[in-house]
Design a protein around this ligand. Structure first.
Ligand code: MG
Length: 385
């Protein structure tokens, strides 16, 4: 019965707050030794005062006085600052696992630093594996480090695969809630506003991922993430819409049998599994009541009305720098949509145009991937005008 020492990057985001709930629920199994936030000094201080980690990091150094003023008297953690502080926190705080839950691409360098130090990763930030899946998984394999998935779908597949060799797998089936426009007409989708797109039917998450759930780019990113996490070709990663978000994903084996993982849609389930793996630990989370659920629905995704799945399949199949370009263009497009500078369907158009304009480098180095990411941000921004 081991107690895992955990560093959380992105402590005040929705995944970080759920990780804090897990640590509070099973303190004998999870100890938070390092916490990092972007600029939410008050939120970081509240967690720090509660869990007393030995080190903290605030990316926005201007918020340091606010953090210091909010820490309990007599509690003096090591405080790191800036993007460099994230890398140092991930590499030097005593830890068994580093949970990467930062929105966007900021988690990549800290993730590689943690791997370099032989720490296991719990990955919630899709961007790390979408952009640099080949490089990150190779680095982890070379160091004998585990990459434990926190995203509910990948965590489900990870659970279903436990004990089964890769040659027994026919395909991975990711479930998708379908987002707020699952049953909307093409006209309604064309006129969708940020307020409508931000209303997710089953999960409560940050703004970027909620818009990604409405376009289905979130599922597209997850397809690429699955391709690298589980080392299967893109054509064996499938998607099925499941509006209740109870079945979190499935694995179909070569004999036609399917294993699925089910729970309520609460991120504490996958976070706890990743942090406690390979053990299962009793907790206070609400179990499923099948008589109460009554039924689970499944339907094919509307690939023509939601082109993100086909774009992601193409990016994942091509590999190299193309997934990073798709991801970066999507980030720019989502920000512009939220600011009212871009219509909802133009998110797909802008990503597609940016992908078409990109000259792909296959088996790209990390530097080439970072350069492609920067190029795509510029190209997409110029495309908005
Ligand atoms: Mg997910």
């Amino acid at each position: 019965m081991s107690r895992k020492r955990v560093v959380v990057l992105g402590a005040t985001g929705s995944i970080g707050e759920s990780a804090a709930k897990v640590a509070a629920d099973i303190p004998e199994r999870v100890e938070l030794t390092g916490l990092a936030a972007h600029r939410n000094a008050a939120g970081l201080a509240a967690q720090a005062n509660r869990f007393r980690p030995e080190a903290l990091c605030l990316v926005d150094a201007a918020k340091l006085p606010e953090l210091q003023a909010a820490l309990d008297p007599g509690y003096a953690p090591r405080i790191l600052l800036g993007e460099e502080g994230l890398v140092e926190l991930a590499a030097t705080t005593p830890a068994d696992i580093v949970l990467i839950a930062i929105v966007g691409t900021g988690g990549l360098r800290p993730a590689l630093a943690a791997i370099e130090q032989g720490r296991d990763l719990a990955v919630a930030s899709k961007e790390i594996l979408v952009m640099a899946g080949e490089a990150v998984m190779a680095a982890a394999a070379a160091k004998g480090v585990r990459v434990l998935p926190v995203d509910s779908e990948h965590n489900a597949i990870f659970q279903c695969l436990e004990g089964h060799p890769a040659k027994h797998v026919r395909r991975l089936i990711l479930t998708a809630s379908g987002g707020p426009f699952r049953t909307a007409s093409a006209e309604q989708i064309a006129a969708a506003t940020p307020a409508q797109a931000l209303k997710h039917p089953t999960w409560s998450m940050g703004a970027k991922i909620t818009i990604d759930s409405a376009t289905l780019f979130n599922k597209g990113l997850e397809m690429i993430e699955a391709r690298w996490l589980f080392d299967v070709e893109m054509d064996r990663v499938d998607v099925i819409v499941h509006p209740q978000s109870i079945v979190h994903s499935m694995v179909e084996f070569v004999d036609g049998s399917v294993l699925a993982q089910l729970s309520h849609s609460d991120m504490c389930f996958p976070i706890q599994y990743a942090l406690c793996w390979p053990e299962r630990v009793p907790n206070r989370l609400r179990p499923l009541d099948f008589a109460d659920l009554k039924k689970l629905d499944f339907e094919a995704p509307r690939r023509t009305d939601f082109p993100a799945l086909d774009l992601a399949t193409e990016a994942g199949r091509t590999g190299g720098t193309l997934p990073a370009v798709m991801n970066a263009a999507n980030e720019i497009a989502v920000a512009a949509f939220l600011e009212g500078r871009l219509g909802f369907p133009q998110i797909w158009r802008l990503v597609e145009r940016t992908m078409r304009a990109h000259a792909v480098t296959v088996h790209a180095s990390l530097d080439e991937i970072i350069a492609a990411d920067a190029w795509a941000r510029r190209a997409a921004s110029e495309g908005i005008g």
